[in-house]
Design a protein around this ligand. Structure first.
Ligand code: TXA
Ligand code: MG
Length: 319
């Protein structure tokens, strides 16, 4: 099994030698390797069982380092970077040849972000290459928000998990690209649309079911536990099942008549940030119960709630 610890030097040495380390970020844990080293990146695809058409995000600790591997940082992108990095926002920028094609699955753009986690920032600071890091889960499964989640699923395939505690945000970064001068959101995430629009004005949001060709990670079925998930009003959905066969993800109120252990409440006080932070742990918890189906209700569809609903909808998509 992988060792779990807080030893940045150990992580650095493994990465320097072309190996992989799971790293904490404020969003979810990433499975990291040297982004300049195609062999290390191949290992990431293998460990995750990720199809090679699904590009990954490149992480670094400073805007100056980003300038070393992208053609340019357009004005709008620069404003977003300055406003929100380090933070849960990924920018799609035109790459140079130093980023191997495998990182971007042959696309001309590279997805870049500076994550906001002290351990990982220190690690990135000590490296002279950026880290390619998709979420540290088997392809298609729910992202990990704790070191133990990574250990459970990838522990046999990697040597080290850098333990930064539970992820503060718990939802992946918002991905934003540009069509000419128009900012386009490719994936809703931890940086909310309302905040982004304060910096760059109105953005376009790609419909998740249309955008597959452009952002393959937006496959409808994604972020899914192994159990079937149904998304909608619980009082309606539950009619078709026996009580002992359901697990429930509810925003803040328990459903009467269903045993407590079969219910996961995202935030009893109705705090949307707390709900986001708990979401993936909740899906993982219910996935382990002896039930048939997970019923998930929408949360209020504003701010981070939009990203939470997006993840629930995708978890519920038919595979
Ligand atoms: O918060 C996050 O973003 C986490 C942490 C570890 O940083 N990372 C993450 O990576 O969620 P991943 O690989 O699970 O999701 C990255 C998404 C994928 O859906 C991929 O298709 C998309 O980013 N992507 C990467 N490069 C792209 C590009 N050049 N154009 C469009 N989409 C891209
Ligand atoms: Mg992922």
């Amino acid at each position: 099994m992988a060792e779990i610890g807080k030893d940045i030097e150990k992580a650095r040495v493994i990465l320097q030698n072309g190996g992989l380390v799971a790293i904490p970020t404020e969003t979810v844990y990433g499975l990291a390797g040297n982004a300049f080293d195609a062999d290390a990146v191949v290992k990431i695809f293998k460990v995750k069982n990720r199809p090679s058409f699904d590009p990954m995000i490149t992480h670094t600790d400073h805007l100056d380092k980003v300038r070393g591997f992208v053609r340019e940082i357009p004005d709008l992108a620069c404003r977003l970077a300055k406003a929100f990095w380090p933070g849960p926002l990924t920018l799609l920028l035109e790459k140079t040849e130093v980023i191997p094609d495998i990182v971007t699955s042959g696309l001309d753009t590279v997805a870049v972000r500076i994550p906001d986690h002290p351990l990982t920032l220190e690690l990135l600071h000590s490296l002279d290459f950026p880290l390619a890091a998709p979420s540290a889960n088997p392809f298609g499964y729910v992202s990990p928000t704790m070191a133990a989640h990574v250990e459970e699923q990838l522990g046999n395939s990697i040597p080290y998990v850098l333990d930064g505690g539970p992820c503060r945000i718990g939802i992946e970064s918002t991905i934003i690209g540009f069509e000419g001068k128009i900012p386009v959101i490719f994936r809703l995430g931890g940086k909310i649309v309302e905040e982004i629009e304060k910096i760059v004005g109105t953005v376009k949001i790609r419909d998740v079911f249309v955008s597959r060709a452009l952002a393959p990670g937006m496959l409808e079925s994604h972020y899914s536990p192994s159990k079937k998930v149904l998304y909608g009003e619980i009082s309606d959905l539950i009619q078709n099942f026996t009580i002992d066969s359901v697990g429930i993800i509810a925003f803040k109120k328990r459903i009467e008549g269903v045993p407590e252990f079969q219910q996961y409440i995202l935030s009893e006080s109705g705090d949307i940030e707390e709900a986001g932070k708990n979401l993936f742990s909740g899906l993982r918890y219910l996935d382990k119960l002896d039930i048939e189906v997970i019923l998930a209700e929408p949360v209020p569809d504003q701010g981070l709630g939009r990203a939470i609903n997006d993840r629930l909808m995708r978890a519920a998509s038919v595979r």
